[in-house]
Write a protein that binds this ligand. Structure first.
Ligand SMILES: Cc1cc2nc3c(=O)[nH]c(=O)nc-3n(C[C@H](O)[C@H](O)[C@H](O)COP(=O)(O)OP(=O)(O)OC[C@H]3O[C@@H](n4cnc5c(N)ncnc54)[C@H](O)[C@@H]3O)c2cc1C
Length: 398
């Protein structure tokens, strides 16, 4: 039997949360990350209201508030024709949220707080440890091959390996599970200063085929994200900054809003954004967060999904380790729980992608939401991850 129960690969939100939840249940956990924290992570840095429930459960919500997370009580959405919708997270109705607002916080701070929390428990946190492969016995994973901070090769064994190593997951790649996606988009993210007037709301500008999101992430600091078709950015490889600023100027409503902005720090870029990951068939291994796939950041649920998948994973992993059976069949309830929990939102995000890629449809949807404030409230609740998507579909959102 291995000396340690669990190895978690990747100490982002999915990995740190998995490590915390399993250490709290008494299992011995080693948490590996190739980076040293704080490390940059390209992100819109928005946390849905329901994320607060899980962050509270993980024991980090107070630290996140104290680190200066900005409350967002809704989103202002600007349609291609200039129609403005003021969406607020609903505070009444049958689905109470943990908080009446979302949060925005720079990822360096959020992820550092989560790693510090893991370190405060009996979790063996090892930064600058890159996982390079998996150890296997028959059809089961038994540990990882890694390189430590000095470049030395290591083999670490555990009863369970959790791949929470994000996009391009080394664990998913070693299992042959990564697949491309036909949605080919690119994100460009820049912190900017010199913008105000947010009134505790993020702002979304839909201008097909692009969209942009502004999230105030700290006093005087805004996360500006622009998503464009990958093919439009490709000719500008090596000159993405030029492309980014030229593209912002082409979006009239956005560029008017950005008057006076000053870039802070470097431009970050990522594309293609979407990819798929098949479910593992091997025993002794589970995937969480972006290591299970990614679609598009428009609806801002990546961190929530990472945290929620860690919660679902911890339930199944705990039961399986306790029973001493880590065969693929013992871990399958996790894949089923994930499908069950995320199916509705995934359907909504695909529907919204269809709408925001088409100018007339996006305008028509904006006008419909203005006429139906109850539907807008439900949509905000679903985007906030506390109203079940089925409530929206039953009210005629298709
Ligand atoms: C442009 C963009 C904007 C986004 N905006 C938002 C948003 O506003 N709100 C939101 O909720 N989500 C957003 N997301 C999604 C969100 O960033 C991710 O869903 C979230 O970070 C997933 O967390 P994770 O822990 O699974 O992965 P990550 O946060 O990527 O963490 C993975 C960790 O694994 C480590 N790692 C990788 N490979 C190895 C290896 N071989 N060995 C050891 N360690 C390794 C990495 O160093 C990293 O620390 C956005 C994503 C993109 C691309």
């Amino acid at each position: 039997m291995s000396a340690r129960d669990v190895i978690v690969v990747g100490a982002g939100p999915a990995g740190a949360a998995s490590a915390i939840l399993l250490a709290e249940r008494g299992w011995s956990v080693t948490l590996l990350d190739k980076a040293a924290f704080p490390r940059p992570k390209i992100c819109g840095e928005y946390l849905s209201p329901e994320s607060a429930r899980i962050l509270d459960r993980l024991g980090v919500l107070k630290a996140i508030d104290e680190a200066g997370a900005q409350p967002l009580r809704g989103m202002k959405i600007v349609a291609p024709d200039g129609t403005v919708i003021m969406g607020s997270y609903p505070t009444t109705g049958p689905w109470p949220s943990h908080r009446d607002h979302a949060l925005a916080i720079v990822r360096e701070r959020l992820d550092q707080i989560l790693v510090d929390r893991a370190r405060s428990l009996p979790v063996d946190v090892r930064e600058r440890h890159r996982v390079t492969g998996l150890l296997r016995e028959g059809s089961n994973v038994k540990g990882v091959q890694a390189q430590d901070a000095e470049g030395r090769a290591l083999e670490l064994r555990a009863r369970l390996v959790i791949g929470a190593d994000g996009r391009a997951s080394a664990v998913a790649a070693a299992l042959g599970l990564l697949r491309p996606h036909r949605l080919r988009r690119m994100a460009l993210i820049q912190h900017v200063a010199g913008l105000d007037g947010f009134d505790e709301r993020g702002e979304i500008f839909v201008d097909p085929p692009d969209y942009a999101i502004l999230n105030p992430v700290a006093p005087g600091l805004v996360n500006l994200g622009l998503v464009v078709p990958l093919a439009h950015a490709r000719p500008f490889a090596g000159r993405l900054e030029t492309f980014f600023h030229a593209r912002l100027r082409q979006l009239p409503r956005l560029s008017a809003r950005l008057e006076g902005m000053k870039p802070v720090g470097a431009l970050q870029a990522m594309g293609p954004l979407a990819y798929r990951v098949k479910e593992p068939r091997a025993g002794g291994v589970m995937l969480a967060g972006d290591a299970t796939g990614f679609y598009d950041p428009f609806t801002g649920e990546g961190i929530f999904t990472a945290l929620r998948s860690a919660e679902l994973l911890a339930e199944v992993a705990h039961a399986a380790i306790e029973r001493g059976t880590l065969e693929a069949s013992a871990l399958r309830p996790y894949a089923e729980a994930r499908r069950e929990h995320f199916r509705g939102k995934a359907r909504l995000t695909r529907a919204l992608q269809f709408v925001i890629a088409r100018r007339r449809l996006a305008n028509a949807a904006a006008h419909a939401l203005l006429r139906r404030p109850a539907l807008l409230d439900l949509l905000m609740g679903v985007l906030g991850d506390f109203v079940p998507p089925a409530a929206l579909f039953s009210k005629g959102f298709r």
